[in-house]
Every structure is written in C-alpha cells, then in structure tokens.
Design a protein around this ligand. Structure first.
Ligand code: SAM
Length: 271
C-alpha cells in the first residue's frame, strides 16, 4: 500500500477484488492491486463500456455537487459509498462554492478509510466514516454526522453508483426512504445505479461481479427501480437519465460505446 494508515492495513485483503479498488482502477487511480486489475480487465472483456461508464459517472457526481451548491445553496453533503479519493472530491467542489461546506464521506471498505483520512479529511468540515450504508442509524447518528450536519438545514444525501452493490434482499428502497425520512424539505437525494433493460445482461454482470468479489455485490436493476426509489420527489431537470446526459453543458462527456447497460439516475428534491 503506497500511503495510508498502517493500523487499518491488516483489515484489507488485497487478494480479493474490491469494488472500491476496481472503480479506482477504472478511474486511472493508483490505489488498486493485481487482483483488482485482473478482475477489472476481465470485466472489460464482457462489458467494454465499463471504463467510459465509470468516468462519466464521476463527471456526473461532480456536476451534481456543483449544481446543488451553486444553484440551490446546499452546504451539507453525506456521501454513501464515497469510494477512494480521486480528483475533485465532493468537499473540494462544494467548498469552492461555499468554503464552509461540510461533507461526511462513508464507505464500507476499510481501504477508503485508510487512504481517505489523509486526502478527504482535509479540514474541520470533512470527515470519513467506515460504515455500511444499509445501516442508516450508524451513519446518521454517528459523531461525525452529529458534528458536521445540521438537521435544520437542507442536506444532499448521495447514493452515486452504489445501490447495485447491495441485493434486493437488502431492501435498497427502504434504505433510501429511511434517509429521506431524516431530511427536511429542500434537501436532495442523488441516486444512480447500473441498470439494463436486457435480462441477459442483468444476469451476466450480476453473476460475474458476485463471483469476483466473493459475493460482495448486489445487482444490475431496471430504470423503473431507480424511478421507484425517487418517487414523490421533485426531479431536477432533465429527470432520470443516463447520467452522462444529466445537465451536460460545459464538461466533455465521453461517448458511451454501448447502451446495453448504463448508469441511470438523477436528483430528487424533497418537498
Ligand atoms: N460514489 C462513488 C462514485 O460514484 O464515484 C464511488 C462509487 S463505487 C462504484 C462504489 C462504492 O460503494 C465502493 O467504494 C464500495 O466500497 C462502496 N460500497 C459498496 N457497498 C457498500 C455498503 N453496503 N456500504 C457502504 N459502501 C459500500
């Protein structure tokens, strides 16, 4: 491990691919290991569009945070499944607009905590928490959230490219609704996940990822599932879309090589 907290490294099994490190490899990061790289290369043989999809997903996240901070005055973010630090993390974007913006990063993977502490906890307004986003209470009642997030002000709760990491048995809809119940009107839910309308693609990718990650993965779903998670919210324009097209203006989106599976979602305002 190039950097990081030595006390956490013994919790990290680098022989089993991790979603966080595979995603880091797709984003050209350096916090990944041979097992992550070979699983990702194998995945790319089945679904070559994965790399562009990951890069476009990260651009979507950057645009959303900028728009929420600039146009809706959002200064508080809770990022569920934040992934390893990369270029332009949520707090960097938000604090460019509001220097006092506050961000709590959470991820289940200990590597995020190990690497993230140095790069994500850059000031008193950011914190990194190792937590499972299925456990809403442990995140929202954590000392980090209590210290940084004021429940009387609007918050953006981010679930960007993470819900496909949990299974239907883990009730992703209930996870979203529990978080929503904790947020005051004017807050936002940001949700996107891998979807496909082709049952064969859904099955193949789900099986491949379950096998590679020792069953630490969820499932590819359908567009209608994402719509269900955000029901009753006011969707910001242009609604629910393939994420590279969400409020796409100045950023250069890479062209999706194929649409057999896509990252699909949007931003819902709680009314
Ligand atoms: N949200 C970031 C983004 O869009 O750039 C990272 C997305 S990455 C594809 C998925 C992340 O979700 C990984 O870092 C993984 O460790 C994390 N994750 C998976 N299951 C999780 C869970 N149950 N609780 C918290 N984090 C989880």
């Amino acid at each position: 491990m190039p950097n990081g907290d030595a006390s956490l490294t013994d919790k990290i099994d680098v022989t089993v691919p991790s979603v966080a490190r595979m995603y880091d490899y797709l984003l050209d990061g350096k916090d990944n290991y041979p097992a992550d790289r070979s699983a990702t290369e194998e995945l790319l043989l089945t679904v070559p569009s994965m790399k562009v999809l990951a890069l476009n997903n990260r651009q979507f996240l950057r645009r959303v945070v900028r728009v929420l901070a600039e146009e809706y005055g959002i200064k508080q973010f809770v990022d569920h499944g934040s992934g390893l630090p990369t270029q332009d993390n949520v707090h960097e974007i938000a604090q460019r607009v509001h220097p006092d913006a506050r961000v709590v990063y959470t991820d289940i993977d200990p590597i995020v905590l190990a690497h993230g502490r140095a790069l994500l906890e850059q000031n008193e307004n950011t914190a990194v928490l190792q937590a499972d986003f299925r456990d809403t209470k442990s995140i929202w009642e954590s000392p980090e959230v209590k210290r940084l997030i004021n429940p009387d002000e609007p918050v953006a709760a981010l679930f960007v490219s993470v819900l496909h990491c949990i299974k239907d048995a883990d009730a992703p809809d209930a996870v979203i609704q529990r978080v929503r119940d904790r947020l005051r009107p004017g807050s936002f839910l940001v949700v996107c996940q891998l979807v496909s309308e082709d049952p064969d693609v859904r099955r193949q990718v789900t099986e491949f990822m379950a096998q590679e990650t020792g069953d630490h993965w969820g499932q590819v779903r359908r567009e209608s599932d994402v719509a269900h998670y955000l029901r009753g919210t006011e969707l910001l324009e242009p609604g629910l879309v393939e994420v590279s097209t969400w409020q796409q203006n100045s950023d250069l989106a890479l062209e999706q090589p194929s649409y057999e599976w896509i990252e699909f979602g949007g931003v819902g305002r709680i009314v």
